[in-house]
Design a protein around this ligand. Structure first.
Ligand code: KG4
Ligand code: ZN
Length: 326
């Protein structure tokens, strides 16, 4: 079964073709234009999707050597995300699905992330935990069966990736912040600053206090000191941000006695996070690097699983910027 996966929820325009869940071709265009604004500009993001989506779909078909008429389903992210960006992908998918006479499969972006580690490794049998860490979400979810979720904890304010982006912008490292902070952190001393490790109640996360501590420390520095100590700030911030994820995860494991963890979303690319997971007495799976950031492969992959279960959407499907799980 060949499924086309389309993802336009934020600032990645992404298209992939999957055959029985295997990835034939995965194309991602990360819209660099936003870096000069220090964050995603919604209007620009949707224009970029409009300009790129058709050409990228043609290229993906060509590279995978698949003809339009051989496609069995069109999977597309319909939320959460930026409304106008979602609409570009969703309407494109509806048009293609209708003209080809094949099913439209609306995919929840968060679910696509949750299952993304299993694109390349065997899927865990249920129950397992999902640590979902991206620019928009930071959650720990108990997955008790296919699409059977219980959110055990989520962020009370900023998402983890968002805090990387905001701190990066503050200290002049640009957007997206995660890879930039990680890069500078490699040359810094993670113990140079004792930023707090956020630990709100139970399994919830909070990153705004950590961000504010970095802001205060930075505000009190001379210009020269800011330049000299940028790597130390990055390393110290990263240490606190990642440690918070690990504390919560350990707590969730203890609470649920579930030791199989799917880790996904943009932040799952972070090396310190992966090294920290490696030290725990657990089984964990994270996506290959090309599937950590937003991508069409995870949409096509989940779309295939849904289609196999007979799940499809009708043409009334609406983009839902605030879609959550269940
Ligand atoms: O999953 P994703 O591509 O988009 C959302 O669904 O939000 O995640 C993007 C987020 C950004 O905030 C980015 O800074 C962060 O993931 N990120 C990282 C790394 N790579 C991307 N954060 C920490 N370390 C990284 N290596
Ligand atoms: Zn995402």
């Amino acid at each position: 079964m060949i499924v086309l996966g389309l993802e336009t929820s934020c600032d990645e325009t992404a298209v992939a073709l999957t055959k029985d869940g295997e990835i034939l071709c995965n194309k991602i265009y990360s819209q660099d234009i936003h870096s000069k604004f220090g964050g995603v500009v919604p209007e620009i993001a949707s224009r970029e999707h409009t300009e790129r989506l058709l050409g990228m779909t043609k290229d993906t078909l060509e590279e995978a050597n698949v003809k339009l008429e051989n496609i069995d389903g069109i999977a597309v992210t319909y939320g959460p995300g930026l409304l106008c960006s979602l609409l570009i992908g969703l309407n494109f998918a509806k048009g293609l699905s209708y003209s080809l006479g094949v099913p439209l499969i609306g995919v929840n972006h968060l679910e696509a992330h949750i299952y993304s580690p299993f694109i390349t490794t065997d899927e865990y049998s249920s129950p397992f935990l999902s640590l979902l860490v991206s620019g928009g979400h930071t959650s720990i979810v108990r997955v008790s069966g296919f699409r059977d979720y219980e959110v055990l904890g989520s962020t009370l304010d900023d998402a983890c990736g968002e805090s990387f982006d905001k701190v990066s912008k503050l200290i002049g490292l640009g957007y997206p912040g995660g890879p930039a902070i990680e890069h500078f952190a490699e040359k810094g001393n993670e113990n140079a600053f004792s930023f707090p490790v956020p630990d709100p109640e139970a399994l919830n996360f909070s990153y705004s206090g950590l961000k504010t501590s970095v802001l205060y420390a930075y505000r009190d520095m001379s210009q020269e000191e800011r330049i000299c100590r940028v790597a130390d700030i990055a390393a110290s911030f990263q240490k606190s941000a990642i440690r918070s994820l690990i504390i919560k995860l350990k707590r969730a494991i203890k609470m649920t006695e579930i030791k199989r963890i799917s880790v996904s979303g943009g932040v799952s690319a972070n090396k310190l996070l992966r090294e920290s997971l490696q030290k725990l007495d657990i089984e964990w799976a994270a996506p290959d690097s090309e599937f950590t950031v937003d991508n069409g492969a995870m949409v096509g992959f989940l779309g295939y699983k849904l289609l196999k279960e007979g799940i499809r959407s009708d043409y009334n499907l609406k983009a839902n910027p605030r879609l959550f799980l269940n």
